[in-house]
Design a protein around this ligand. Structure first.
Ligand code: HSE
Length: 315
């Protein structure tokens, strides 16, 4: 029986300074699987089974599950290409919390599309598949942005081009940085976190945003970690979104006075991240966030690297 499984990692959207255009994949250094998995198996009729620690938080009706929607979207695209759509049984192992800011929906979407595409012998190229992933992410969050699906699928740190091809470019990463990610345990809806943002940006803010992003990209190419960290501030979303995140200011203050080079909201939150170039400091900050930023039993912290590899499929 034909079978393909795909794992797709968690990701940080925005990375503070690149609202909607910059994202990074995450890989815990202790080997924890921080990402969703989708299994595609040959079957007589379509079905979706959900399992994993956050499966109980998904909608009860499988027809409304994003993975089912990916399947139908994928089959429609196949049929448009004159390729027969496969009948399959899907399993979603939901390891990422929903509304966490860790690119949870993107992880399910990427794992589903990647597994389905490998199952049909990679009918679609990377840009076409990425465009489909962006469309599905847009259905969930209310607007199409690639800053989670792209790093989740492609790995590394990705910058969106705004063009149909290539959809993204990969940026160099600072190899000795550790990324502490702490999920507080509460859920923040991305569409709600977008609705609280002003619809226009003042010119001085736009100039700061452009300068920071330009300097950051230059610094990464130059391998200048100090310069890169110096521009990692969010002038677009954090001033408004932090009101949704209890304990955010204290978490930032602790992290920045205990060795973090930068601190910010992962995607639309509530996960926060701290960047460190020292493993012990990263672990100490993770421990403090565990004790002080987490609100309930669903919360967790991980010290991560940015992996070069994104989604991985096995058959
Ligand atoms: N760039 C998106 C936002 C990421 O900040 O709304 C959502 O995870």
């Amino acid at each position: 029986m034909k079978k393909v499984s795909a794992y797709a990692p968690a990701s940080i959207g925005n990375v503070s300074l690149g609202f909607d255009v910059l994202g990074a994949a995450l890989e815990p250094i202790d080997g924890t699987s921080l990402g969703d998995e989708v299994i595609v198996e040959q079957a007589g009729a379509f079905s979706l089974t959900v399992s994993g620690p956050f499966a109980h938080k998904l909608p009860a009706d499988p027809d409304t599950n994003i993975v089912t929607r990916c399947y139908h979207y994928f089959c429609d695209a196949l049929v448009k290409k004159g390729v027969e759509a496969p009948v399959v049984a899907l399993t979603l192992n939901k390891n990422l919390p929903i509304g966490s800011g860790l690119g949870s929906s993107a992880s399910s979407i990427v794992a589903a599309f990647h597994a389905l595409n490998v199952y049909v012998d990679s009918v679609f190229d990377e840009d076409t598949l990425l465009t489909m992933m962006g469309a599905l992410e847009g259905q969930i969050s209310g607007s199409i942005h690639y800053d989670n699906v792209a790093p989740c699928y492609q790995g590394g740190m990705t910058l969106m081009t705004g063009a149909p091809s290539p959809v993204t470019v990969k940026l160099p990463v600072i190899e000795d940085w550790y990324w502490v990610a702490c999920y507080s345990g509460i859920s923040v809806s991305t569409s709600a976190a977008r609705d609280i943002l002003p619809k226009t940006v003042p010119v001085p803010t736009a100039l700061t945003f452009g300068r920071q992003l330009g300097v950051f990209v230059h610094a990464l190419h130059a391998g200048d970690a100090t310069m890169a960290a110096s521009v990692m501030q969010d002038v677009i979303a954090e001033p408004y979104r932090k009101s949704l995140l209890p304990g955010f200011d204290e978490a930032r203050a602790y992290s920045m006075t205990n060795g973090a080079l930068a601190f910010g909201i992962s995607g639309s939150g509530p996960t926060v991240f701290a960047v460190c170039n020292d493993k012990q400091q990263a672990q100490q900050i993770a421990g403090w966030l565990d004790a002080n930023y987490i609100q309930n039993d669903d919360g967790f912290s991980h010290v991560c690297r940015i992996p070069a590899q994104g989604a991985v499929a096995k058959s």
